[in-house]
Design a binder for this molecule. Structure first.
Ligand code: ADP
Ligand code: ASP
Ligand code: MG
Length: 494
């Protein structure tokens, strides 16, 4: 199987001979910027139509329109502090934005009127919930999920209608009927077997009938049918879950950049596209902050060895990044640099008791009790330093830890993480890394937990500078088999 440019300008998976009939199901996930306004939704429809006319069977997963999730969360937070007017005015702006977009996209009078009436009902129900919140002044994670789920529920119905208008036989599917999860609101864990069953029942028959199911990402429901969400950025995860459940031939993550880049292009404008990367490297990058993929995305694809492509809906001709089980050898040690901000360091110093047997276990029991995930750990004889990103849980964790030892914590830290399978066994790599950031104060260092990453902790305000310095040092002469050096050359000569 290889990726090539076909059907006008849109890259497709090229599949050999008799595999062809079997291998046609493609899960296509479009992020918020790919559905942010009528023009973006029009581009998305053209991309999906291109796949259909190439004989593929797409299953489409959509995010909420760009920034809608943030605005819904702001409306909920305002209502919960008693600011009913503020909350309702956010909702009113969202209602206008969705209805204006729907009117621009759906010209068929009957379809438009049905869609607008349905949207009004959803916004009326949302306003009721916001008024209720402003009265009781308490926002639970469960109500937050219900409110925020409106973003994907609205975009899903609207985009399906827009697709139909453009000749795609699309059908909206409520993700809550398919993505079954546990009840951890705001970060629910999917129930794979149940999702597989529901995907077979609700999605497969549509695909078999030649239809294009369109489903919202990010949202699901628990066994009582109550709405849950998979955590911020979770639509990628939905894409991979559905890809895994349906045994798709490929999972495509359509976003606003050309693929996984050697660094966040917003921080490092000369970042290069990575043409191919391993599942393991991509998972590590996502976990350590590369927002282009949700950290849990890769797992369902890995389990079934389904290739994942990261593609740009603004530049569909670009072949993007292909994530596959085994990446080819790369001359450069690293594939990409990720940054995770808003972290804290906790120093636990056992003043009298030296590190006795069972001491670390006690420390981790405290983190476990508060369900506080630890990113990085370093120990000396009397002290343990740990980094965490759940800042809200820190005071309670610190209070418990202080029964064992002296504790201090500090926020506004960033973790810089360099990822690449080819750092395995390379001598002198740490010296090169720290030489590149010698002007920056490094607080904690970790290498070894995973053989494919090197990470260190610095002050958040130094993070962008550190990324640019490292990028300058390690991507001067990138391997053309792995990185899109042509794009850099083209940019220099233009
Ligand atoms: P979507 O709405 O499509 O899910 P996101 O905003 O979640 O898109 O992710 C895409 C963004 O991720 C890009 O605009 C880019 O700024 C950021 N990003 C961070 N690190 C990387 C990286 N290594 N490669 C590409 N994009 C990255
Ligand atoms: N809309 C959700 C968010 O903004 C999920 C996603 O877009 O992936 O977090
Ligand atoms: Mg995203």
């Amino acid at each position: 199987m290889k990726v090539g440019i076909r059907e006008g300008e849109i890259p497709i998976l090229e599949i050999a001979g008799d595999e062809k009939a079997r291998m046609s199901l493609v899960v296509m996930k479009f992020g918020g910027t790919s559905v942010e306004d009528p023009a973006a939704i029009g581009r998305t429809a053209a991309i999906v139509a291109g796949r259909v006319s190439a004989g593929k069977n797409p299953v489409v997963i959509v995010s909420a329109m760009a920034k809608v999730t943030d605005q819904l969360l702001r409306a909920a937070a305002s209502a919960a502090t008693g600011d009913k007017t503020g909350a309702l005015s956010i909702s009113s702006r969202l209602r206008s934005r969705h209805k204006d977009t729907a009117c621009a996209l759906v010209k068929d009078a009957k379809a438009a009127s049905e869609l607008l009436t349905w949207m009004d009902q959803k916004f009326d129900a949302l306003d009721e919930v916001l008024r209720g919140l402003a009265a009781i002044l308490e926002l639970t994670p469960r109500i937050s999920d219900l409110i925020v789920s409106n973003g994907e529920r609205l975009s899903c119905r609207m985009i399906a209608a827009a697709f139909r208008e453009r000749g795609i036989d699309a059908e909206a599917v409520d993700a809550r009927q398919v993505v079954l999860t546990d009840s951890q609101y705001q970060k629910a864990a999917p129930m794979d077997a149940a999702i597989e069953k529901r995907a077979e029942e609700k999605l497969r028959p549509l695909v078999k009938a030649g239809k294009v199911p369109v489903m919202g990402g990010f949202i699901g429901s628990n066994e009582d049918g109550i709405t849950t969400t998979l955590g911020r950025g979770g639509s990628d995860f939905t894409g991979a879950l559905i890809g895994g459940a349906l045994n798709a031939d490929a999972i495509e993550i359509w976003t606003d950049v050309d693929g996984i880049m050697t660094a966040d292009p917003r921080v490092c404008p000369d970042a290069l596209r990575v043409k191919v990367i391993s599942f393991e490297e991509a998972a590590e990058l996502a976990y350590f902050g590369a927002k282009v993929l949700h950290p849990a995305t890769i797992l369902p694809a890995v389990k079934k060895n389904i290739p994942v492509l990261v593609l740009n809906s603004r530049n569909p001709a670009n072949e993007g990044t292909r994530i596959i089980s085994l990446a080819p050898h790369c001359r450069s040690p690293f594939k990409s640099i990720a940054v995770k901000k808003k972290l804290s360091i906790i120093d636990v110093v056992a003043s009298r008791m030296l590190m006795t047997h069972g001491y670390l276990k006690e420390i981790f029991t405290v983190f476990d009790k508060h369900q506080c995930a630890v990113d990085m750990v370093s120990t000396s004889e009397v002290s343990v330093s740990l980094t965490v990103d759940s800042n809200d849980k820190l005071p309670a964790v610190a209070a418990d830890l202080s029964r064992l030892a002296d504790v201090k914590y500090e926020g506004k830290k960033a973790l810089i993480c360099l990822v690449g399978e080819d750092i395995r066994g390379q001598n002198g790599m740490a010296a090169q890394v720290f030489n590149a950031v010698r002007h920056i104060n490094v607080r904690m260092i970790s290498q070894g937990a995973s053989e494919i990453n090197m990470s260190f902790m610095i002050d958040e305000e130094d993070a962008d500078e550190a990324v640019r310095s490292l990028h300058g040092a390690f991507f001067q002469d990138p391997d053309p088999a792995i990185f899109d050096v042509e794009a850099r050359k083209a940019a220099v000569s233009s």
